[in-house]
Design a protein around this ligand. Structure first.
Ligand SMILES: Cc1cc2nc3c(=O)[nH]c(=O)nc-3n(C[C@H](O)[C@H](O)[C@H](O)COP(=O)(O)OP(=O)(O)OC[C@H]3O[C@@H](n4cnc5c(N)ncnc54)[C@H](O)[C@@H]3O)c2cc1C
Length: 284
């Protein structure tokens, strides 16, 4: 199938892009970033935008910068930018570890980090990272700028707090202290496939006990999220096989997994238990 016909717009500044969005979003206008989700959907006619606003010519959106407290990822930064650590320390290592799970090399060279966040596939690795680390999403519109905490951003399967006239301009990931340990594990049937479920953890060990634990899951529910029940088990505990197993059990209990004709909710729940345990072990 071929896409339905559409008008193509190629703004060169963010101001032009948001002005176009204000005018064209109500007329079925959509942002085009890497095109790795939108273009296949158009080819299948699952998406039928009347206008495409291509953001690839906007130099300012290619920014990848490190500030005192955060890593800022602009809207046209590709997945492949993370193949090598973009920053020394645990955050850079985590991102380069996670990126190899996303699709295949040609897709990683076109698809963007922020496009994944805007698309909000429940099985997106970057969405899991964004939710677990507590990132801030910067949305630009002709009427102004909003900073949206990740916990409020993902609202359902491929549904977000972004308004139709807003451009997702940046994601700001908080830097991780140098002694942070990280673990990321996912399960998919074949390398490059979307994951059935995934688990991400970060924590530090202070005086032999776990401090500042974060435990997030993706792929299992309609949106990625942190599991507070499991984090409570970890906080202040001595890292051990027993503690990790207890946290994994809590996570499996807390999760409300999706079910589909191929994969049952019970299977996803079992997966979460083992992926959480393995992520915690990997981090130690
Ligand atoms: C075979 C295949 C396998 C894949 N496997 C994986 C995988 O394992 N894990 C994974 O996470 N992804 C996977 N993907 C998806 C890929 O990562 C996409 O790159 C990503 O989902 C979307 O990013 P994009 O830049 O290509 O966005 P596009 O396809 O350009 O856009 C996607 C949607 O987001 C909107 N959008 C994009 N950017 C913005 C913005 N800045 N502001 C507002 N709206 C915006 C668009 O309007 C559109 O609705 C796979 C894709 C393919 C084709």
């Amino acid at each position: 199938m071929k896409p339905v016909s559409f008008e193509y717009h190629a703004p060169e500044t963010v101001e032009e892009a948001v002005a176009l969005l204000a005018e064209l979003a109500p007329k079925n206008g959509r942002v085009l970033a890497g095109g790795q989700s939108l273009v296949p959907a158009m080819a299948f006619r699952l998406a039928r935008p009347a206008h495409l606003i291509d953001i690839n010519n906007i130099a300012a959106l290619g920014e990848l910068s490190v500030g005192a407290e955060e890593l800022t990822i602009g809207a046209s930064v590709r997945h492949a930018a993370f193949h090598q650590p973009v920053i020394a320390g645990p955050l850079g290592r985590l991102l380069s570890d996670v990126v190899r799970h996303i699709a295949h090399d040609p897709i990683r060279r076109r698809g963007t980090f922020c496009g994944s966040i805007a698309h909000a596939d429940p099985a997106s690795e970057w969405c899991c990272v964004t939710a677990t680390l507590g990132a801030t999403i910067v949305a630009r519109a002709a009427s102004g700028t909003r900073q949206i905490p990740a916990a409020d951003f993902f609202t359902g399967v491929m549904t977000t707090a972004l308004a139709e006239d807003e451009l997702l301009a940046q994601v700001k990931l908080p830097l991780l202290p140098a002694d942070t340990r990280t673990g990321f594990v996912e399960f998919s049937r074949r390398g490059g496939d979307f994951a059935i479920a995934m688990a991400l953890t970060t924590y530090r060990v202070e005086n032999g006990r776990i401090a500042d634990p974060r435990l997030g899951i993706g792929g299992a529910e309609s949106q990625p999220r942190r599991i507070a029940e499991a984090e409570r088990v970890l906080q202040g505990s001595i890292p051990s096989a027993e503690c990790f197993a207890a946290a994994a059990m809590e996570a499996a209990r807390a999760v409300a997994p999706m079910s589909d004709p191929m994969i049952s909710a019970d299977y996803r729940r079992d997966l979460i238990a083992s992926l959480v345990r393995r992520a915690l072990e990997q981090a130690i």
